[in-house]
Design a binder for this molecule. Structure first.
Ligand SMILES: CC(C)(COP(=O)(O)OP(=O)(O)OC[C@H]1O[C@@H](n2cnc3c(N)ncnc32)[C@H](O)[C@@H]1OP(=O)(O)O)[C@@H](O)C(=O)NCCC(=O)NCCS
Length: 181
């Protein structure tokens, strides 16, 4: 793993590069099930919404360049899911295979464990995404299963691979002594 990797909270100023990294994945990859890359304003809006809701959003640089980012958000919106997060991590093609995503994911997990969340879910598009599956396995996620042919992009059906890990004590105890519903 490179010693030049630095992870810190993302800021509004990072959104331009983050938008470029994500747009490339939307237009060329099957990890994102979006078909049109969101523009800078939309990426800024999503970032602000995540920050205002208190979800971690991290940026990694390699040397002097922005190399990737990771964030966590709600897994699903119904309130009983409130202790479960979904994570996302993206690394620019030039910076891959040097430990950037591992560092981002490790830091993201630590940040989420400092908050009251108990489970983290990765929804990986698609089942051919060996890089993401291995990255998550190494970060302590286990394979839950595969939803087959649930997406359609680039003229083919796409699976999603679901992986999960607990955060902190997981389900070993309740979220708080007073919370019963
Ligand atoms: C998946 C992704 C984030 C990995 O980023 P990265 O910085 O290259 O990952 P790391 O260097 O930290 O690699 C960690 C481990 O993941 C696995 N891995 C990473 N890239 C791999 C590849 N191309 N093939 C197989 N395994 C790979 C390896 O086990 C690796 O450990 P190792 O290098 O010690 O063997 C990056 O490829 C990416 O941005 N892909 C497109 C977006 C994406 O799929 N995001 C995940 C969304 S859930």
């Amino acid at each position: 793993m490179s010693k030049d990797i630095h992870v810190r909270p993302a800021t509004e100023d990072d959104m331009e590069v983050i938008q470029e990294i994500y747009a490339l994945e939307v237009t060329q990859g099957s990890v994102s099930f979006e078909l049109e890359p969101p523009g800078l304003n939309e990426m800024r809006r999503r970032f602000q919404a995540a920050r205002e809701a208190g979800y971690p959003y991290l940026l990694a640089s390699l040397g002097t360049r922005i190399a990737g980012y990771a964030y966590a958000g709600p897994y699903r919106s119904r309130p009983a899911y409130r202790y479960t997060l979904e994570n996302s991590v993206y690394v620019a093609p030039w910076a891959r295979r040097r430990g950037v995503a591992s560092r981002l994911l490790e830091a993201l997990i630590l940040e989420c464990e400092a908050l009251p969340f108990r489970q983290m879910v990765a929804i990986i598009g698609d089942s051919a995404n060996e890089a993401s599956i291995e990255l998550h396995r190494k970060a302590g996620f286990r394979l839950v299963g595969t939803l087959e042919d649930v997406g359609f992009k680039f003229g083919r059906w796409l699976d999603t691979v679901i992986m999960q890990r607990h955060l902190g004590p997981g389900a070993a105890d309740g979220p708080s002594p007073t919370e019963t519903r």
